[in-house]
Design a protein around this ligand. Structure first.
Ligand code: NAI
Length: 460
C-alpha cells in the first residue's frame, strides 16, 4: 500500500470515482480510498440508481393499471420482494461495471477509513499514504429532523430502500426531489400518501408554474400534499406514527404506518481530520472551496456533496471530479457554471429544468418573454397518455434563452436539449430553424420555441 501517488482520492462515489478515472486517464498514479465494501457511494448504492429502479417498477404498475386506455386487458400489483430483487440486480450490475472500470484504468482501490494529515497525505487505518494531490469526495447523508430520532417507523431514504414491505400509508416530510420521488413511488404501489412541505409550494426550487402543475397532478393521483406545513412533533407507537403540523393557522395530525424524513442532506466530514490539517469548513459544515474547487490547504481539493458548491447532484459531482483531475494534470479548465446544470426529478409526472425560473429572470431586471406549450398539443404525448408543459424563459425581443422548465412524460431526457439551448444562449429563431423528429415528445421543446419565435405550428 505504501508509496507515493500523484493523486489520492478519498471516497468512491460519483465525485471520487470520476476524479480517479479521469486522473488515471491523464496518466496519473491514483489511489481511491473507500470505507464501504463496494464502490459507488450514495448514487449507486443508496440514491439515484436504486431509487430509479424502484420508480421504474412503480411506473410499470401504473401502466398496467391503466392498460385499458391502450386497449390492453391487464392489471398490475407489485411483488415487493421481486421489486427489491430487481433493484439489487441493477445496483450490483452497476457496481460490478464500475469496479471493473476502475481496475482496468489501473487505479489502486484501498478499503479503509482515511484521515487527512500534514503533507498533504492521508492515513488509512494507521498507514500513511503520501500524495502530490488529495481530493476529498466524502459525500453526504440524509439530514435528520431536529428533535426527531431516525429509527422504528421514522425513516430516511437510506432505511426506506431496505424496507421489507410496501407500507399501507406514509407521511413524507419535505417535497424536494427525494420527497416527491418517494411520495410518487409509494402512491403507485398503492399506499395512502401525505406529503408535507414547509415552504409555500411543492418542489420549491422549480418554476412556480411547475410547482402548481405538480400539486394538481399529485392531487389527481390521490396524494394529500400540504405546502406551508410546519412539523411540530413526530410520535411513534407500536402500530403507527403520528406527525403533528401546522398549516394555514390550523394544528393538524397526519397518521401513517411510516414517516419518511426527506428534508435535505448534510455533508460527511467527521473524523476526516479537517481542522487539524487546516481545511476550513462553512457554517453549513461543507468543505470550503473556491471556484476551482481548491480547499484552504494547498494541493487539497474537495468535490461533490461534501464541498461548498451550490448543487448536491450526482452529475455535478461528475463534472467537479473531471475538473479537478484535469487541473491537477495541468489543464486549464474554466470554473463550472452551476446555473447551467439541469435539474431532474423522477416523480410521476417528471420534472426537469435548466437555467433561470421566470421569477429569477424577472428579478434580474431584464425584460423577459415566456412561452408555454401544453404537451397535449403534441401527438406523441397523447399516445403516451400523459400531459404536461414546456415553458421557455427568454430575453424579450428575440434574445437569448434564459431557462427551460418542464413537467410531463420523459422530460428528464428532454432537458438535455434544453441544457444545450440555454448554455449556447440560443434565441427562439435559432431553435426554430432546428429539426425535431415527428412524432416524438421532443416536439414539445421545438413547439415552445416556435411559439416564442411567433410562428407556432400545433398551438394557437
Ligand atoms: P431538498 O433540499 O431538495 O428538499 C428538501 C425539502 O424539505 C425542501 O423543499 C425543504 O423546504 C423541505 N423541508 C425542510 N425542512 C422541513 C420540515 N421541517 N418540514 C417540512 N418540509 C421541510 O432535499 P432532498 O429532497 O432530501 O434531496 C437531497 C439532495 O439530493 C438534494 O440536493 C436533491 O436535489 C438531491 N437529489 C436529487 C435527485 C434527482 O436529481 N433526481 C433525487 C434525490 C435527491
Amino acid at each position: 500500500m505504501a508509496g507515493a501517488y500523484d493523486v489520492v482520492v478519498v471516497g468512491a462515489g460519483t465525485g471520487g470515482y470520476s476524479a480517479a478515472l479521469r486522473a488515471a486517464q491523464l496518466d496519473r498514479r491514483v489511489a481511491l480510498i473507500e470505507r464501504d465494501d463496494r464502490l459507488g457511494g450514495t448514487c449507486l448504492l443508496r440514491g439515484c440508481i436504486p431509487t430509479k429502479a424502484l420508480l421504474r417498477s412503480a411506473e410499470v404498475v401504473d401502466t398496467l393499471n391503466r392498460a385499458g386506455e391502450w386497449g390492453v386487458k391487464a392489471s398490475g400489483e407489485a411483488d415487493w420482494s421481486a421489486v427489491r430483487a430487481f433493484q439489487d440486480r441493477i445496483v450490483d450490475k452497476n457496481v460490478q461495471g464500475l469496479t471493473g472500470l476502475v481496475r482496468s484504468r489501473g487505479v489502486d482501490v484501498i478499503h479503509g477509513t482515511a484521515r487527512l494529515v500534514a503533507g498533504p497525505a492521508v492515513e488509512v487505518d494507521g498507514t500513511r499514504l503520501e500524495a502530490e494531490h488529495i481530493v476529498l469526495a466524502t459525500g453526504s447523508r440524509p439530514r435528520p429532523l431536529r428533535g426527531v430520532g431516525i429509527g422504528g417507523r421514522v425513516l430516511t431514504s437510506d432505511e426506506a430502500l431496505e424496507l421489507d414491505r410496501i407500507p399501507a400509508s406514509v407521511v413524507v416530510i419535505g417535497a424536494g426531489a427525494v420527497g416527491c420521488e418517494f411520495a410518487s413511488m409509494y402512491r403507485s404501489f398503492g399506499a395512502d400518501v401525505t406529503l408535507l412541505e414547509a415552504l409555500p409550494r411543492l418542489a420549491p426550487l422549480e418554476d412556480e408554474d411547475v410547482s402548481k402543475a405538480l400539486a394538481r397532478a399529485f392531487r389527481k393521483r390521490g396524494i394529500t400534499a400540504v405546502a406551508g406545513a410546519s412539523v411540530t412533533a413526530v410520535r411513534q407507537t407500536d402500530e403507527l406514527v403520528e406527525v403533528d403540523y401546522e398549516a394555514g393557522g390550523e394544528a393538524r395530525t397526519a397518521t401513517a404506518e411510516i414517516c419518511l424524513v426527506a428534508i435535505g442532506r448534510e455533508p460527511v466530514t467527521d473524523g476526516l481530520g479537517l481542522e487539524e490539517a487546516g481545511v476550513r469548513r462553512t457554517d453549513a459544515g461543507t468543505i470550503s472551496v473556491d471556484e476551482r474547487l481548491r480547499t484552504t490547504v494547498e494541493r487539497v481539493w474537495a468535490i461533490g456533496d461534501a464541498a461548498s458548491t451550490p448543487l448536491q447532484l450526482a452529475h455535478v459531482s461528475f463534472d467537479e471530479g473531471y475538473a479537478v483531475a484535469e487541473r491537477i494534470a495541468g489543464l486549464d479548465v474554466a470554473p463550472i457554471d452551476y446555473a447551467l446544470v439541469p435539474r431532474v426529478t423522477y416523480c410521476t409526472p417528471e420534472l426537469a429544468s435548466v437555467g433561470l425560473t421566470e421569477a429569477q429572470a424577472r428579478q434580474t431586471g431584464a425584460a423577459v418573454e415566456v412561452s408555454t406549450v401544453d404537451l397535449r398539443a403534441i401527438g406523441k404525448a397523447n399516445i403516451v397518455g400523459e400531459g404536461g408543459f414546456v415553458k421557455v424563459v427568454a430575453e424579450a425581443g428575440g434574445g437569448r434563452t434564459l431557462g427551460v422548465h418542464m413537467i410531463g412524460p420523459h422530460v428528464t431526457d428532454l432537458v438535455a436539449e434544453a441544457m444545450l439551448i440555454t448554455a449556447w444562449e440560443a434565441t427562439a429563431e435559432d431553435v426554430a430553424r432546428m429539426h425535431h423528429p415527428h412524432p416524438t415528445l421532443s416536439e414539445g421543446v421545438g413547439e415552445a420555441f416556435l411559439k416564442l419565435a411567433g410562428k407556432p405550428l400545433h398551438v394557437p
